[in-house]
Write a protein that binds this ligand. Sequence first.
Ligand code: HEC
Ligand code: HEC
Length: 286
Amino acid sequence: MARLLRWTGYVVIALLLALLFTALWVWFASESKLKAHVAERTEHLAAPSAAQLADAPRQLRLLGCSDCHGDGVRGALMFDEPNIARVYAPNLTLIAAKASDQQLARAIRHGIGVDGRSLIIMPSATFSRLTDGEIAALIAAVRALPRGGKPQPPREIGLFGRLGLASGRFHTQPNALAEYARKMPVDLGPQLEAGRHIVASRCAECHGPDLGGAEVAPGINAPDLSIVGAYDLPAFARLMRQGIPVGGRKLGMMGEVARIEFSHYTDAEIGQIHAYLQARAQRVTG
Ligand code: HEC
Ligand code: HEC
């Protein structure tokens, strides 16, 4: 009996140790991903053209900055799932008051926060495709906004969030950069480059690095954009402006993002996006 008890004791101790080591591993593996380990890099910021500067406030809307970062980019609660994470989009007017252009550029297109953390949710991998001039214009536009509001609280990552990071199920933005660099949407020549640039630096956030489709959130899938093969230009303009697809179904996330953001594209831009995606659809489907 005493021997049985002793063995039971060993087993319990072994189990507790295994649990402790697993917990430590999850903690360190997730913690190392949440700190950016990218060597200090110098951002090359070309002086924006006058046209880029004038257009930058509209770009803040088109790229979703004011959607996620809230009214006047003064910050908003972005993501709140018990035990996974609570993440705020920071108040950019207060961040920009203290940060250098270098730091802001690194956050926007390399996913490294001003304090050196690896950003999550912020679509930096997609924005890494913006040009030096576009990034500089965005920074100027943020700096031009009136400063105000309160700082947002720091993010909190829960147990399942850490497990997801440690196991590679969730990505930080610096982790995603290499994939976005490798999987550019297919190059269809200089005539279609304007449309390709817009979709690569905007639509890829949800439709995947090469527009081949992606799971945006559990149960929400953004399809391969070869679906645009079924859209003529008027139908596509209606989708972009009113969020209504071919056939008139009610769309979820896409309907919302179209009405709030994409309705601000000009007719010319909608034409460029459509031309590129139509040509890509022919290439992809055959
Ligand atoms: C899909 C939502 C979303 C969009 C779109 C978005 N952001 Fe963010 N952004 C976030 C979140 C969330 C964070 C904080 C992430 C974290 O703490 O891990 C963040 C962080 C940042 C930071 C770093 C701030 C810091 O604390 O260091 C900057 C700068 C920034 N965003 C600028 C922009 C700009 C400029 C745009 C538009 C070009 C933009 N964001 C678009 C959600 C978004
Ligand atoms: C914030 C995420 C998000 C962004 C950004 C986004 N989409 Fe979507 N899109 C979706 C989702 C999700 C769907 C699937 C339908 C739904 O759930 O709303 C979708 C569906 C579509 C469809 C299919 C509509 C149909 O016929 O069923 C097209 C076409 C489309 N998107 C084009 C675009 C283009 C072009 C861009 C860039 C200008 C873009 N999307 C950017 C999330 C997004």
